[in-house]
Design a protein around this ligand. Structure first.
Ligand SMILES: N[C@@H](CCC(=O)N[C@@H](CS)C(=O)NCC(=O)O)C(=O)O
Ligand SMILES: [Fe+2]
Length: 305
């Protein structure tokens, strides 16, 4: 560069951007789920977090409506996807990670405690010995404190169980993708009544996340509009959650949180897609193997949940 003033400005903009991921949110209204694409502006390396495979339970039909905009964005931005990061084995939507991997490349990863979830749901669905319960359906498993790079941006993985035993948060640059721990401050927190869930553990996990610097951007997995709000929200900060989260702001005791969470969970219906979702997501988003007629079936265990 032969323009010294421009060079200074160039370096300034690069340094300002370095370590700050560009984050794009996509919302799937049928399941109230946010999928994120984050990327490093310098290298254009990227990750997709919590993608959604469209599923019509009445017809038993899968579709790609929810992820076509994700693919179009990745292509238009010229991004290289290194990772498909799952915050947990979702109970309310099927993961589109295998489809996106086929289209965009990248590895599928989840928290290492997924093996516990695979044992629980492998038994519920009587999945047989062909279903490995060692996490090997995924390309990579993260332990608490693992660090890696996406382009020039550092990532730290935090194990944040409570909603499920295997939940992780991905702290990427100045942004944390917190999965199902906290929701928007006026909605509160995730439920803790799924198999292996625990309200006390959830409280400890979400308070752990709230030890991050106050300005940390938090990106949420869902928004279910609370009464009095008519627009969906997906981004907040540690400072905002500590000040205003209706379930877990500073000053709420662990015992009060547990009492509130357990009372509220007793009133919640099972997610509409829990049975199709968990038997697919425990396999990293792959459908179960087809029957001998070549047709793939999803099972419905009766009177088990
Ligand atoms: N109505 C939704 C509920 C899904 C649901 O239970 N979501 C979980 C996260 S996977 C949750 O924490 N919900 C909190 C709540 O509904 O208050 C559905 O049927 O899909
Ligand atoms: Fe969830």
């Amino acid at each position: 560069m032969t323009d010294p003033a421009l060079e200074k400005a160039f370096v300034q903009v690069s340094v300002a951007r370095s370590g700050v991921p560009v984050v794009k949110a996509f919302f799937d209204e049928p399941t109230f789920t946010f999928t994120y694409v984050m990327h490093d502006a310098e290298t254009r390396r990227a990750a997709v977090i919590d993608s959604v495979l469209t599923y019509d339970p009445a017809a038993g039909r899968t579709g790609h409506g929810a992820v076509e905009p994700v693919i179009a964005y990745v292509e238009a931005q010229g991004l290289s996807v290194d990772w498909h990061l799952e915050t947990h084995a979702h109970a309310d939507h099927l993961s589109a990670a295998p489809y996106l991997q086929q289209k965009l490349g990248g590895k599928i990863a989840i928290g290492a405690h997924i093996c516990e979830v695979q044992h629980t749901f492998g038994a519920l669905f009587n999945a047989g010995t062909a279903f490995q319960r060692d996490g090997s359906d995924f390309d990579h498993l993260w332990a608490d404190g693992d660090q890696f790079m996406i382009g020039n941006i550092a990532v730290t993985v935090l194990h944040v169980p409570g909603h499920t035993p295997a939940c992780v948060a991905y702290v990427i640059g100045d942004a944390a993708f917190v999965g199902d721990t906290m929701f928007m401050p006026d909605y509160g927190t995730a439920r803790a009544d799924f198999p292996g869930g625990d309200a006390r553990t959830l409280f400890r996990s979400l308070r752990r996340l709230l030890e991050l610097p106050p300005e940390t951007r938090l990106f949420l997995c869902h928004d279910y509009l609370p009464e009095g709000r008519d627009h969906y929200g997906w981004e907040t900060t540690v400072a905002e959650q500590r000040r205003a989260n209706i379930h877990a702001h500073d000053g709420v005791s662990e015992d009060d949180f547990v009492a509130m969470r357990e009372a509220r969970d007793a009133t919640l219906d099972m997610p509409r897609l829990i049975l199709p979702s968990v038997q697919v997501n425990m396999r990293a988003g792959h459908l179960p193997p087809p029957d001998d007629n070549g047709v793939t079936y999803l099972k419905i265990p009766v009177n088990q949940l």
